[in-house]
Design a protein around this ligand. Structure first.
Ligand SMILES: [Fe+2]
Length: 245
């Protein structure tokens, strides 16, 4: 009786969860179709998912189409490679053309979008501090980064007084939603995520993938790329569309 009453109260709570960093098969190293991403987002109870493919915006539209009538909102994004490591833009209108860190940052902001420094400590070269100061959010809980490096990223964000965000960095279906941002507010559009972020009305939740599993996933991804250069989505394969050797 008591349990029913309490779950009833829980049902009435308006909450939402969004994953701010997900790849589709339009990324050179990811193997899940936009449709699969949305299906997994639904299955794992996400309210919104950011499509952040490497250097391309092509996965956004198919994901938006697949999200129709699912209750999941798609945040259009991109993860851009620069000389100082990756940089993410969320709420983009179009693909980013620049590749220099400072120029990418400017291009993201010119679109009225939000910039995120993903996995800040996993990069060969750190951006100069005057550019770091211009980044809007630091990703301090990345699903493919060790707890230790995530903690160091959090310290960096704190030292620069930057708001933090989490993302699974999913390249495989089972990674989607592993890290999520949870808010006490419900979503009525993807743009609601922007308000939640800017007002800081959320917290990060989840655990990074264990090291062995992460390495295994990256190994599988590498092997698949070697075996089959095309963009087949192995999680959607059927006997009819299986690639021929
Ligand atoms: Fe990523």
């Amino acid at each position: 009786m008591q349990e029913n009453e309490s779950s009833g109260k829980l049902d009435k709570m308006k909450t939402s969860a969004f994953d701010a960093h997900v790849h589709t098969s339009f990324s050179y190293d990811a193997w899940q179709s936009p449709e699969k991403v949305i299906a997994e987002a639904v299955r794992t109870g996400l309210s919104a998912v950011a499509i952040t493919d490497h250097n391309t915006f092509q996965g956004v539209l198919p994901a938006q189409r697949a999200s129709n009538n699912t209750g999941v909102f798609v945040i259009p994004g991109e993860e851009i490679s620069t000389e100082c490591g990756d940089l993410i833009g969320l709420f983009l209108n179009e693909e980013i053309q620049s590749r220099a860190f400072g120029d990418v940052l400017d291009e993201i902001h010119l679109q009225g979008a939000i910039s995120i420094l993903p996995h800040p400590m996993r990069r060969k070269k750190m951006p100069p501090s005057y550019l770091l100061q211009k980044v809007d959010f630091f990703e301090t809980l990345n699903g493919r980064t060790s707890c230790s490096l995530n903690n160091t990223s959090a310290k960096l964000a704190q030292s620069l007084d930057k708001p933090v965000i989490g993302g699974s960095d999913a390249h495989f279906p089972w990674e989607i939603g592993r890290i999520r941002n949870v808010s006490s507010r419900s979503l009525h559009s993807g743009e609601d995520v922007r308000s939640i972020l800017l007002e800081g009305d959320y917290f990060q939740s989840g655990y990074p993938e264990p090291y062995t599993s992460r390495e295994m996933n990256m190994g599988v991804s590498y092997l698949l790329k070697k075996l089959n250069g095309s963009r087949h989505n192995i999680f959607d394969l059927t006997p009819d569309n299986m690639p021929k050797p």
